[in-house]
Design a protein around this ligand. Structure first.
Ligand code: NAI
Length: 248
C-alpha cells in the first residue's frame, strides 16, 4: 500500500511554517502540487521554493483567511495558476490565551475569526472546485483543546470545537459528491505556537501525555497524508487525534 498524490492539487492554509509547512512538504513529497496561503511572505516563498525543488508545482498567496474577499481571491488565483483544487487543508490558526474573566472582546473575535471563520471562508471558496475532482478532500486542523477544553483558552477551544461541528456538517453535505471531510486534532506539537510555554508548564503538560513527549509537525502531516489519500476514501466526518494518547 502506497500513498500516491500525483496529479492532485492541495491548498494548505498557514502552510508557511510549523505544522502547515510539514503538511505542505509531506503532500508534495507524495506527488501533490501545492498552493500555500499564509501571512508571512518570506516564509511562504521559501516553502514554495522547497516544493518546486521536489519537482512539483507550487504557488504562494499572501492572505488573511479571516477576510472572506481575500480568501476567495487567493483560492481563485491558486486554482487558476495550478489548474484545479482537489484537497484543502485548513490549518491556519492562532491563539490569544487568557482567563475568561479577563478575556478581551478582540481576543475572542480574532481567534474565532481566524480559526473558524477562516476555515469557512476558504472551504466555501474552494468547494465548487473540489466537487469537480474525482476524490475531493477537506481536512481541518482542529485541536484536542476543542475536544476536552483547556483553562485559559475559552476562545481557542470554542473555535476548534466549532471546527469539529463544521467538519461533520460539511461531511454530510458533500459525501454524495464523493468529497470526504475530516478533522485532525493534534495534541502538543513542537512549533512556534508551543515554544512560548515555559519549562515548568511544559514539564507538567508532558506528564499528561501518555507517550511522554510532544509530537512533531510531521506526525500531524502523516495523518493528513493518509486522509488525503485513496486509502481513506470511505472515512468522512471523523476526528483523528494525533496526541500521544492525551485525548483518549
Ligand atoms: P504556527 O503559529 O507555527 O503557524 C500558523 C500558521 O498559520 C502560520 O503560517 C501563519 O502565517 C498562519 N496564519 C495565522 N493566521 C493566519 C491568517 N489570519 N491568515 C492566513 N494564515 C494565517 O502554528 P502551528 O503550531 O503550526 O499550528 C498550526 C495549526 O495547528 C493551528 O490551527 C493550530 O491551532 C493547530 N494546532 C497546533 C498545536 C500545537 O501544539 N502546535 C496543537 C493543536 C492544534
Amino acid at each position: 500500500m502506497n500513498i500516491d498524490l500525483t496529479g492532485r492539487t492541495a491548498i494548505v492554509t498557514g502552510g508557511a511554517r510549523g505544522i502547515g509547512r510539514a503538511i505542505t512538504l509531506g503532500l508534495a513529497e507524495l506527488g501533490a502540487d501545492i498552493g500555500v496561503i499564509a501571512r508571512n511572505e518570506e516564509a511562504g516563498h521559501a516553502v514554495v521554493d522547497q516544493v518546486r525543488a521536489l519537482g512539483r508545482r507550487a504557488e504562494f498567496r499572501r492572505c488573511d483567511v479571516a477576510d472572506a474577499d481575500e480568501a476567495k481571491t487567493a483560492v481563485d488565483e491558486l486554482r487558476t495558476a495550478l489548474g484545479g483544487v482537489s484537497i484543502v487543508v485548513n490549518n491556519a490558526g492562532i491563539t490569544r490565551d487568557g482567563l475568561l474573566l479577563r478575556m478581551k472582546d478582540d481576543d475572542w473575535t480574532s481567534v474565532v475569526d481566524v480559526n473558524l471563520r477562516g476555515a469557512f471562508n476558504v472551504t466555501r471558496a474552494a468547494c465548487k472546485y473540489i466537487m469537480k475532482s474525482q476524490n475531493g478532500r477537506i481536512i481541518n486542523i482542529t485541536s484536542v483543546v476543542g475536544l476536552i477544553g483547556n483553562p485559559g483558552q475559552a476562545n481557542y477551544a470554542a473555535s476548534k470545537g466549532g471546527l469539529v461541528g463544521f467538519t461533520k456538517a460539511v461531511a454530510k453535505e458533500l459525501a454524495p459528491r464523493g468529497v470526504t471531510v475530516n478533522a485532525v486534532a493534534p495534541g502538543y506539537i513542537e512549533t512556534d505556537m508551543t515554544a512560548a510555554i515555559d519549562d515548568k508548564a511544559r514539564e507538567n503538560l508532558t506528564k499528561a501525555i501518555p507517550a511522554g513527549r510532544y509530537g512533531q509537525p510531521e506526525d500531524v502531516a502523516n495523518a493528513v497524508a493518509f486522509l488525503a489519500s485513496d486509502l481513506a476514501s470511505y472515512i468522512t466526518g471523523h476526528v483523528l487525534t494525533v496526541s500521544g494518547g492525551m485525548a483518549m
